[in-house]
Structures are given as structure tokens and as C-alpha cells.
Design a protein around this ligand. Sequence first.
Ligand code: COS
Length: 386
Amino acid sequence: MMNYYLTEMQQALQQLAREFARGTIAPAAAQYDQSAEFPWPIVKEMARMDFFRLWIPEAYEGMGGGITEMALVTEEFSRACGGIALALAGTALGTFPILIAGSEEQQRKFLPVLASGEGLAAFCLTEPEAGSDAGAIQTTARLDGDAYILNGTKHFITNGGVARFYTVIANTDPARGARGATAFVVEEGTPGLIFGKKEDKMGIRASATCEVVFQECRVPKENLLGKEGMGFPIAMKTLDRSRPGVAAQAVGIAQGALDHAVRYARTRQQFGQSISSFQAIQFMLADMATEIEAARALVYGTARMIDSGEKDFGRESAMCKVFAGDVAMRVTTDAVQIFGGYGYMKDYPIEKYMRDAKITQIYEGTNQIQRGVIARHVIKESASGQ
Ligand code: COS
């Protein structure tokens, strides 16, 4: 791996995450992929080892790390299993609206629970009719005395049904469209918070994905994040911070697939020699390794930019997600190719990597949406003479 001059702490964290992934996640990956159960024992172990504290400020019992720490750990976990890693990365996603817009009192209430891993988080933006067009959400929130009443259906929610806190974007002023959107924290156990259909997915099967339904769900006024009408910018800022996590997941999945492919190529004998001695295989391995390193450099660069306090990183965040997602799909497809017929069989671990990779081109904004975001930035920069 290229030297990214990580701090000593970051290197130690990376090593710890790598050992945890090898020792605890990898041996269980196939079993959870098959059963599609939520990996509670592993998640509890992650919590015991303080991985959920990483991106939470020290004032709220966290470790005060940032996107870099979140990305390093997500990458290492995904190298072993992209689905199990998502319990952690999905919690980061669900926590960002609280970090971005939560008041001191809200942060004091929610963050220590998230830091300990005692409670996970989920981000509820997507709806059946509002995927790429996030501004088209139909979930409503109307004020009634000291609470907002939420009604609507959220869809494809990562950590749905297993999280303690749901950060939800609902519309308090539907006539204003996206400008009427507002963010809330809805706590598990709130009457009217209902978990619908559990999704049966192609990949990341260890991750819990379900419908989250609000039926006259009464959410205390104190759980409104920011102000009424700020929901859409909060959601966009959340995604700007979380997309490097998806990119890190993609890098990890691609690296895991390459690890397997190189090992297999070294041991598989055909025509009386190991297939790694054939240039056809060598060139594939070389391209895979190069693309992964380029994606990793973009992820770490973006993470460092965000952690350094830059204000606008939407362009870079979209770039690393689009690039790493596409790399993961190409690399995992080539890894299956190197395994040949064995690669197509579920007896070998490699086809899972290809199934897991696909989602990184789709969720947290499809790669087509990312290209749209990047193009907007590029055109705007040109128009302003930059
Ligand atoms: N940060 C802060 N504010 C932002 C922002 C960002 N990154 N992007 C947009 N906004 C603000 C805009 O400034 C605008 O504010 P005003 O109303 O004050 O002008 C408002 O949000 C609406 O922005 P815009 O007009 O660009 O919205 P669009 O409806 O054109 O949508 C895209 C923009 C397509 C980029 C957005 O809908 C999107 O990201 N879609 C994908 C959603 C997604 O990732 N879904 C996955 C679900 S989560 S797993």
C-alpha cells in the first residue's frame, strides 16, 4: 500500500481494524451472507472495542476523530465483509445530522449512547417515490402542541429495525417542496414508528435494510434538528460527509477481492505452471492494484480535506464515491474472472465481493447523480473564472 503518512494513532487504528476484520469479521462473513441475519455478536464486539466512538467529539464520550478515522476502519472491515462493515458506516451516516445540526442539549442526549455503541443510528431520507430526487419526499410532519406528528414511509433504510435513533427528513411545509423539509430524531419505541418489509438483497446481506413507516408518530419538539425548513441542506451536508465512507467501503471490497485473486492466481496451476506467471493474469492484477490505489488516494485526500475544516467538499466527496464505486465493480468482476468457473460458485468467497460491490454504485446517491453533482461544480467554477 502507498504511504499516506497517516499519524501514529491512525496507523494503530488501521492495524487494529485490520486484525479485527481478519480475526472476527472474515470467519463469519459467509454465514451472515447466507442467513442475512444482523451480526449482533460482531457489532457488540465492535462496540466493546470502541469503534463507534471514533467520529464522536471527545466532549460526548467519543474519540474526536473524523472522516479519516471512519474511512480507515470502514475500509478494513469491508475488506472482510462489506455488509458487516455497514453496521458501523450506517451508524456514522445516521449520526451526521446530529453532529451537523444538533443543539448542545441534543448532542449531550444522543451522542454518548451512539459513542458507546449501545445504540445504533439510521438515516431516513429515501422514499418509494423519492430516491435520486430527494427533494420530492412526501413524509409529512405537522406541529401539534409540544410535538410533531409524522406520517409517511421511508424505504431501503440501512440499520432499519436495529437502530436506536432514526434521523428523519420530513416535510413541515409541503407547499414549499424541498425548502419545507425538516430533520428530526425519532427514538426507537416511539408509538407510530413501525418497521415494514425487510429487504432480501443481492449483496451486503448482513446489513439490515427495511421499510420504516411513520403512522401518526408523535415526536417531541425537542427532537427537531436545526430549524424548520433546514432539512434538505442538512441531508445534503450529511451525504457530503458520508459518501467518502461509501467510497472507503468500495476500496475495502475491491482490496479484499484483489487479496483473494492474487492468492488464487499464485496457487492455481494450469498448463503446468501457476496462472500468476501468465501475462494475461498479471496485467489484470496490475490494473486492479493500480485502480484501487488511485481510489484510496482520492478517499484519503477527501477525508483529510473534510477533517481540516474546509467548507465545500461536495465535489471531492462525489468524486471519491463515483470513482471508488466503479473501481470496486470492475475489480470484483475481474477477480471472479481470475477464479474462472470456481469464481462463479458460492463455495468460493469471491462472488460475494462482486455482489457486495454493486451497491456502492447505487446508494447514497447513484453514480449518475454523483456525476451530475461533479459537473455542476466544474461548470460553476468555470463560470466564476476559477
Ligand atoms: N450542501 C448544502 N446545501 C445544499 C447542497 C449541499 N451539498 N446541495 C444542495 N443544497 C441546497 C441548495 O443550495 C438549495 O438551497 P436553496 O433552496 O436555498 O437554493 C437546496 O439545497 C436545493 O438544492 P438543489 O436545487 O441543488 O436540489 P435538487 O433538487 O436539484 O437536487 C441532488 C440535488 C440531485 C444533488 C440531490 O437531490 C441528491 O443528492 N440526490 C441524491 C439523493 C441521495 O443521495 N439519495 C440517497 C439516499 S441516502 S442513502
